[in-house]
Design a protein around this ligand. Structure first.
Ligand SMILES: Cc1ncc(COP(=O)(O)O)c(C=O)c1O
Length: 492
């Protein structure tokens, strides 16, 4: 049966006290929520579901009726059940609405979230406590044993290279391996097009430094990854926040207006599984985005750090693949897929390569050689693709578990994102709720969350929102922590 394994994972995520038909309905709804069955798709038929869940026909029929009542599916006579277009504004019974798209009324702003960020960073250094704040996979998801072998192989086979400086553009063997992987994102590059960096964060920094001057305006998605706002702040730039749709990402219509109105010097976007919304921009919109900026000579800084972590298993195309004029500065890293502590990232900066290479050299001289060679050795094995398959599946399960727990424990009316990849969940509470206060209360109890204020230069825009890292071990304590967060919200 199609997608059996994924149904099984959602089944495991459901509550024990539920009736069997409710569990089945919840597992199927989870798949729809994750976008694995799209609107108009036929869900597996009665016989398949009976076989898969090992339950009676009447249990499956009850589950189908429940899914229909909840608005997930509609019955088509003599054909089966099909995924319905849901009203995302008001959630159908039993499901959740998507977060709202913010209006576009902003002017470029200076960013000031330094204090909250640094307290968050310190809080998550603690080995105890529940880390739902930082978007970093827990060690259980990482290929530790395979990397240990890769480090040994690197030391054994690449000794001389490891001892030497690895000046820009970085280790050739690694750049060759990256070029191969980028073919899956439809990018046809040469090793000489690639520059190795100290993680994606350095790639973003170098890209912004190459294409802007202090005081310049940079268009960013709203909400956006807070590390990017930090870089914008540190470089004395101004962020112009462009609304992002929780399904399709950056609004091109709003971006066009912004380009007409403001002297935008660069645009930073995450077309594949953005952080924090987890949305996937359709390919035709990626192409439109590249063309829109190309005709105005505005560089696009593409952050594709989650590109290989889509739940459907299909590696989406990068916007870079539509780049004809070398105006896309592609940035990524292995922080989400292998280990953040390696600090191995890369960029394909197009026609900006000479400037970026010089800035890299001038700021940090070289990247550490050993992690580069270890990653190169690891990528040479088939194991990486197997690991990615497992990881995507695990992340989909964990996002689903977190979504179920949030919907169960948070106050009614909560809206949640429906990530198509990555491992973070964006949660929107009723207007007026204060997630900074919640953050402080939770931190005192050993639970860290990322308050929504971090995801915008305008401190208050997302005060009623928060982001949860789902790549943490899902234990009874984790669910208790979500219940506790919900309890505080219900009480307050
Ligand atoms: C969207 C995004 N970009 C960049 C980074 C930083 O990546 P790296 O650890 O490779 O520097 C993160 C880390 O959370 C991220 O979520």
């Amino acid at each position: 049966m199609k997608n059996c394994a994924c149904l099984r994972m959602n089944e495991a995520a459901t509550g024990m006290s539920k009736k069997r038909y409710e569990e089945v309905a919840e597992a199927v709804a989870g798949r729809i929520r994750q976008g694995m069955y799209a609107v108009g798709d036929r869900i597996p038929g009665t016989r398949d579901l009976v076989e898969h869940f090992s339950v009676s026909v009447s249990t499956i029929m009850a589950a189908q009726r429940l899914l229909e009542r909840q608005g997930w599916v509609e019955a088509r006579p003599r054909s089966g059940y099909y995924v319905r277009r849901r009203n995302q504004e008001g959630a159908a019974e039993g499901g959740a609405a998507l977060p709202k798209v913010t209006g576009f009324e902003s002017a470029p702003t200076l960013v000031d979230t330094q204090q909250t960020i640094m307290s968050l960073v310190q809080a998550t250094q603690s080995p105890r406590g529940m880390n739902f704040a930082m978007a970093a996979p827990a060690t259980q998801f990482l290929p530790a044993a395979a990397m240990e072998k890769a480090f040994r192989a690197a030391l054994r086979e690449s000794g001389e290279e490891i001892e030497a400086y690895s000046f820009p553009p970085g280790a050739l063997r690694l750049r060759e391996a990256i070029v191969q992987r980028m073919k899956d994102a439809w990018c046809d590059l040469e090793p000489d097009d690639i520059l190795i960096t100290n993680g994606c964060h350095e790639a973003l920094t170098l890209a912004l430094r190459a294409v802007t001057q202090p005081g310049d305006v940079v268009a960013v998605e709203s909400p956006t990854y807070f590390g990017l706002l930090q870089v914008i702040d540190a470089l004395g730039l101004k962020a112009l926040e462009i609304p992002a749709d929780p399904k399709s990402g950056l609004s091109l219509e709003a971006l066009q207006l912004a380009l007409e109105q403001w002297p935008v010097k660069a645009c930073v976007a995450m077309p594949n599984f953005s952080n924090p919304l987890g949305c996937l921009m359709p390919d035709e919109r990626k192409e439109q985005l590249v063309r829109l900026l190309e005709v105005r000579g505005v560089p696009l800084i593409e952050n594709d750090i989650y590109g290989e972590l889509g739940f459907s298993g299909l590696r989406p195309r990068a916007a870079k693949s539509y780049d004809r004029a070398g105006g896309v500065l592609y940035c990524s890293s292995f922080s989400k897929s292998i280990a953040p502590g390696l600090r191995v990232g890369w960029m394909a900066p197009g026609r900006w390569l000479p400037q970026v290479g010089y800035l890299k050299f001038a700021s940090t001289l070289a990247c550490p050689s050993l992690p580069q060679m270890a990653v190169a050795h690891y990528l040479a094995q088939a194991d990486f693709d197997r690991h990615l398959r497992r990881m995507r599946h695990e992340f989909a399960v964990h996002v689903e578990r977190m979504t179920t727990a949030v919907l169960r424990h948070f106050p009614p009316g909560v809206r949640v994102s429906q990530p198509a990849g990555g491992f973070v969940l964006w949660v929107e509470l009723a207007e007026g709720r204060d997630t900074v206060a919640l953050y402080r209360k939770a931190l005192a109890a050993g639970v860290s969350i990322a308050p929504g204020t971090l995801f915008s230069g305008d401190g208050d825009k997302y005060r009623h929102c928060l982001r949860l890292n789902c790549a943490a071990p899902w234990t009874a304590e984790a669910e208790d922590a979500i219940r506790q967060l919900g309890g505080w919200l219900r009480a307050g």
